[in-house]
Ligand binder design. Structure first.
Ligand code: UD1
Ligand code: CA
Length: 453
C-alpha cells in the first residue's frame, strides 16, 4: 500500500523568539525536522510532502531532495495545511500520515503501528493519543461507548467536564487518502479563529458513523512537541538519555550519562569508556577500548583503538591506535597522529602527520608538517609555518631530536637522526645526523652514536 507522509512545518514558532525557523533548531546535533523525517522514513513508502510557510526558503533548502515541499501562505490552521498537499498526492497514495515537524521524540515504530491500525480500520482515520495528567493545552479525545473516537475538542472550547478528560490528541494521524481530500473541503472555518482545524475532520468521520480508531501511546515522552526553548531543552535531555542508553546497551561505558553529550551520527566501539563532560559531535568515529574525557570535545574526527584522550579538543582530526593525548591538547583540522604517539599538555597540531611513536610532550605548535617515526619534539617547539602571506611546509625525518624551544622556520627539511640545540632558530635545511645550534642555527658537527632504523 502506498503510504505518504505530510509533515506540517509552516507554523511560525513565535515563542522560540528566534530568527532561525523553529524546525531547524537542533536536538542532538540534527534539526527538529530531521528527526521527524527519520520517523516518517521508517513508516511510509513514498517521498514525504513537507508543508512550509515561515522560513520556507531555509527549510526547503535544508530538506534538499529528501522531500517535496508545498508552501502554505497564509497559515490558516492544520486542516488548511494538509489541503496544500492535495494537488501533489491526490490519486497517488492510498494512505496519508500527517504529523508535525516539531515532535522529534516521536518514534518511527509508533507511526508504523498507527499505519497498521489504519490498514485494519474500516473507517477513514486512526490517530495517536496519550493518557497524561498534564494536558499541556492539547485537544481532548472524546470517546464513544464502543471505544471509537467521537471528537477532538480543543482546550479553549472544552466544557468543564471535557477538560477533565485525560486522553489527549498527540497530533499524529493516518488517513484513508480517498476519504481525506473530500473531507478536508468540508471542514468548516472556525468562527473564533478563522482557521481550518484538521481535528474537525475527525468529527466529520464520526458524525457520518465511520469508525475513528485511536492508538494510545505508551511512552508519553514521545509526544513532547516544541514551542519554547524550555521544551527544546527537555527534548534534548530526553534524546540524550535515549542515545546514551543505546550506547551502553551496545558495550560502551558512560561514567555519567547525564553529562555525556553524543550527537546523532557518532559511532563508538565496545569497551570504550567515556568520562563525564565529554562531547562527541558530528561525523565522529571511535573504535574500541578507548578512554575519552573527562572534559573533552571531539568533532568530525576518527579515533582508532586503545587511545587515551584527556581534557582535550579535537576537530577534523585522526588518531590511530594507542595514542595518548592530553591533558589540554588541541588537534585541529588535518591533524593525524600515528600509533603510540604521545601528545602531552598545551600542544596544538594542524594539517600535520605525526608518524608512529612521535613524542611531543609540552607546549608546542606543529602546523603543515610531516614528522617521521620516533622523533621527539622538545618543549616549546614551534613550526613557524606562516610568513604573513603563505603557509609553508616542514618535513622532519625519523629519529630526530628537536631541542626545547626550537623555532623551525618553514619551508624547512630536517634530515633523519638530526638534532637541534635548545633555543635554536632553524632557517635552513638540516642534513641527516647533524646537530645544529644557535640563532640562526648553523651546523657545528656530526651527531655521534647510532640511531634505530
Ligand atoms: C494541535 C491540535 C491539538 C493537539 C495538538 C498537539 C489542531 C486544531 N489541534 O494543536 O488537538 O492536541 O496539536 O500538539 O490541529 N501548522 C502548519 N500550518 C498551520 C498551522 C499549524 O503547518 O496553519 C503546523 C505547525 O507548524 C505545528 C503543527 O502544525 O508544527 C501544529 O500546529 P499548532 O498550531 O501548534 O497546533 P496546536 O494548537 O498545538
Ligand atoms: Ca503546538
Amino acid at each position: 500500500m502506498k503510504t505518504t507522509a505530510i509533515l506540517l512545518a509552516a507554523g511560525q514558532g513565535t515563542r522560540m523568539k528566534s530568527t532561525l525557523p523553529k524546525v531547524l533548531h537542533p536536538v542532538a546535533g540534527r534539526p527538529l525536522i530531521w528527526h521527524a523525517m527519520q520517523a516518517i522514513g521508517q513508516s511510509t513508502t513514498e517521498k514525504p510532502v513537507v508543508v512550509v510557510g515561515h522560513g520556507a526558503d531555509q527549510v526547503t533548502g535544508y530538506l534538499g531532495d529528501s522531500a517535496r515541499t508545498v508552501l502554505q501562505e497564509p497559515q490558516l490552521g492544520t486542516g488548511h495545511a494538509v489541503v496544500q498537499a492535495e494537488s501533489l498526492l491526490k490519486g497517488n497514495t492510498d494512505l496519508v500520515v500527517v504529523c508535525y515537524a516539531d515532535m522529534p521524540l516521536l518514534r518511527g515504530e509508533t507511526l508504523r503501528k498507527l499505519v497498521e491500525m489504519q490498514k485494519n480500520n474500516t473507517g477513514p482515520v486512526s490517530l495517536l493519543t496519550v493518557i497524561a495528567d498534564d494536558p499541556r493545552g492539547f485537544g481532548r479525545i472524546i470517546r464513544r461507548p464502543d471505544g471509537t473516537v467521537d471528537a477532538i475538542v480543543e482546550e479553549y472550547v472544552a466544557t468543564a467536564e471535557q477538560l477533565q478528560v485525560k486522553e489527549l490528541n498527540v497530533g499524529g494521524y493516518c488517513f484513508d487518502a480517498a476519504w481525506l481530500w473530500d473531507a478536508l473541503h468540508r471542514i468548516p472555518q472556525n468562527p473564533k479563529k478563522g482557521e481550518y482545524y484538521l481535528t474537525d475532520a475527525i468529527e466529520l468521520a464520526a458524525k457520518a458513523g465511520l469508525p475513528v480508531q485511536a492508538l494510545v501511546m505508551e511512552d508519553a515522552e514521545e509526544t513532547i512537541g516544541i514551542n519554547t526553548r524550555v521544551h527544546l531543552s527537555e527534548v534534548e535531555a530526553a534524546m540524550r538519555r535515549r542515545i546514551n542508553q543505546e550506547y551502553m546497551l551496545n558495550g560502551v561505558t558512560l561514567i555519567d550519562p547525564a553529562s555525556t553529550y553524543i550527537e546523532i551520527g557518532v559511532t563508538i566501539g565496545r569497551d570504550t569508556i567515556i568520562m563525564p563532560n565529554t562531547h562527541l559531535h558530528g561525523n565522529t568515529e571511535i573504535g574500541e577500548g578507548n578512554v575519552l574525557g573527562p572534559n573533552t570535545i571531539i568533532r568530525d574526527s576518527r579515533i582508532g583503538d586503545y587511545c587515551k584522550v584527556l581534557a582535550s579538543v579535537m576537530e577534523g582530526a585522526v588518531l590511530e591506535d594507542y595514542v595518548d593525548m592530553g591533558p589540554f591538547a588541541r588537534l585541529r583540522k588535518g591533524a593525524h597522529l600515528g600509533n603510540h604517539v604521545h601528545m602531552g599538555n598545551f600542544g596544538e597540531v594542524k594539517d600535520s602527520y605525526l608518524a608512529d611513536g612521535v613524542k611531543m610532550g609540552h607546549f608546542s605548535y606543529i602546523g603543515n608538517a610531516q614528522i617521521g617515526s620516533r622523533t621527539n619534539i622538545g618543549a616549546g617547539t614551534i613550526t613557524c609555518n606562516y610568513d604573513g602571506e603563505k603557509k609553508h611546509d616542514t618535513e622532519i625525518g625519523e629519529d630526530v631530536f628537536i631541542g626545547s624551544d626550537t623555532m623551525l622556520v618553514a619551508p624547512l627539511k630536517i634530515g633523519a637522526g638530526a638534532r637541534t640545540g635548545a633555543g635554536a632558530v632553524v632557517t635552513k635545511n638540516v642534513a641527516e645526523d647533524t646537530l645544529v645550534v644557535g640563532m640562526p642555527a648553523r651546523a657545528i658537527r656530526k651527531v655521534e652514536g647510532k640511531r634505530e632504523k
